[in-house]
Design a protein around this ligand. Structure first.
Ligand code: GLN
Length: 472
């Protein structure tokens, strides 16, 4: 299980990367984690003394732009799209010496919760290949599960945390405005952030420190003191500063937890007991307002998606299916190269933002969004963080959920996207051989606290070195 920070002191970081790469290769044939996995011979790994992680590799979700490396967003409409520039986060990773090993599989444009809505076939769950790995950052989560290290994902409504929960890895959605979205292909701008998947909390803190540097090209990036202070605390975290959780107040709502399947709720309570043993004060609070999240999220996400996806006509990006005149070619391209779920959301999103409907749906959703945000801010004034399951269930079987049943998997994860708060998935255990994760949410620009809690749980609840076995 690769720990990225081990590359710092390794005599031969390149041989560590070679072992890591071999593991990815071996598992790729079974799990379909990558849309593009580079050949070992084509990757130029050099050890440059000025670059702390040089010689290291990192997988990047396929909706994050990589210069000269195909970026499909999991869609056939972008099958041949090669970006001329790197996303800001990728630029930063290259600066510390990491090379992109490949682009990971995902639900088309991030629209899905299981990893099955990809134009390139589903990714399978590494712990049980009959089950889904969670989405939409399915390939990034599976890659970290089988080989360690870290990966970038994106999280619009849970796409980093849900697959992290289903694959037994850490997954962080940073505070909105902490990480530049420059070069992240938009699905729903007001909700999404680039996020990190990793096995070790220190790796996560280190990567977050580097990708959260201020980028003036993203106008939604925060320019506050709070941001800079957070970045200072991240340095403490990965250099091994104090990590005690003593006296921390964590809120939970039995009603909310028990909306999940019994065995999942059981794991959450077990995690809560462990936290209490570590000195945390658990406080029951009312989080009933969270139930309004799902419908609000889907209305807003679809509205933004319908406007963002207008640009895919086959002309500017990717490939066109030519037939007759210009418009017939555009219709044919969209018809043939966009998946069902994507088309459904464009149609719904267009409907709810159109004159006559927007007051009833879109504007109403924006109002509920603000109400949810105010409620959560109020609760987080009383406790330092709130705890709940990441998903209401263990990973479903392949082909088992679709439509509204699939949306329901996002019950807990959409809230922090609506409000902008940071949230993490921490692996909590296994039920019937399948991973279960807990979600913690905290105040704005307090992302380091979430990683600190993860660190506190290492060896107590979560085992970052736990290996997936390849049977048969
Ligand atoms: N499952 C949610 C959706 O389909 C969230 C996906 C995401 O975070 N990209 O919209």
């Amino acid at each position: 299980m690769l720990r990225l920070l081990d590359l710092f002191e390794a005599d031969d970081p390149i041989s560590l990367s070679e072992k890591y790469y071999e593991r990815l290769r071996r598992w790729e044939g079974r799990l379909n984690m990558f849309i593009t996995l580079r050949e070992w011979g084509e990757i130029q790994l050099v050890h440059e003394p000025g670059k702390p992680l040089s010689g290291g590799l990192i997988p990047i979700k396929d909706n994050i732009s990589t210069r000269g490396l195909r970026t499909t967003c999991g869609s056939r409409i972008l099958e041949n799209y090669i970006p001329p520039y790197d996303a800001y986060a990728v630029e930063r990773l290259r600066e510390i010496g990491l090379e992109v090993v490949g682009k990971t599989n995902m639900d088309e444009f991030g629209m899905g919760s299981t990893g099955e809505n990809s134009g390139y076939g589903p990714t399978l769950n590494p712990w049980n290949t009959g089950h889904v790995p969670g989405g939409s950052s399915s390939g990034s989560a599976a890659a970290v599960a089988v080989a360690g290290g870290a990966a970038l994902g994106s999280d619009t409504g849970g796409s980093v945390r849900l697959p992290a929960a289903y694959c037994y890895v850490l997954g962080l959605k940073p505070t909105y405005g902490l990480v530049s979205r420059y070069g992240l292909v938009s699905y729903a701008d007001s909700l999404e952030q680039i996020g990190i998947l990793a096995r070790y909390p220190e790796d996560m803190a280190y990567i977050l420190y580097h990708i959260s540097k201020l980028d003036t090209r993203d106008m939604t990036m925060s320019r506050t003191e709070a941001r800079e202070e957070l970045r200072e605390r991240l340095i403490n975290l990965y250099t091994g500063g104090p990590s005690g959780l003593d006296g921390l107040r964590i809120g939970y709502s039995p009603e909310l937890i028990e909306m999940a399947d019994d065995e999942v709720a059981g794991e959450v309570y077990r995690a809560l007991d462990k936290l209490v043993e570590l000195g945390v004060k658990a406080e029951e609070i009312d989080l009933g307002f969270m139930e309004a999240g799902l419908s609000t999220y889907y209305a807003i996400a679809m509205a933004e998606a319908s406007s963002n996806l207008m640009r895919y006509d086959g002309v500017l990006y990717g490939s066109m299916e030519r037939e007759g005149d210009y418009w017939s070619s555009v219709y044919r391209t969209r018809g043939m190269r966009l998946g069902e779920e994507v088309k459904r959301r464009i149609v719904y999103g267009t409907l709810i933002t159109s004159a006559g409907y927007s007051g009833r749906y879109y504007i109403k959703a924006l109002r509920i969004r603000r109400w949810i945000r105010d409620m959560l801010i109020e609760r987080l004034g009383r406790v330092d963080a709130v705890l709940m399951p990441t998903s209401p269930s263990t990973p479903p079987r392949l082909g088992e959920v679709e439509g509204v049943d699939m949306y329901a998997l996002d019950l807990y994860t959409v809230i922090p996207n609506l409000t902008g708060h940071p949230a993490i998935n921490i692996p909590a255990g296994f039920v019937g051989g399948l991973p279960v994760g807990i979600q913690l949410v905290t105040r704005y620009f307090n992302d380091d606290l979430l990683i600190r809690i993860a660190r506190g749980l290492v060896g107590v609840l979560y085992d970052p070195s736990k290996e997936v076995e390849m049977d048969g």
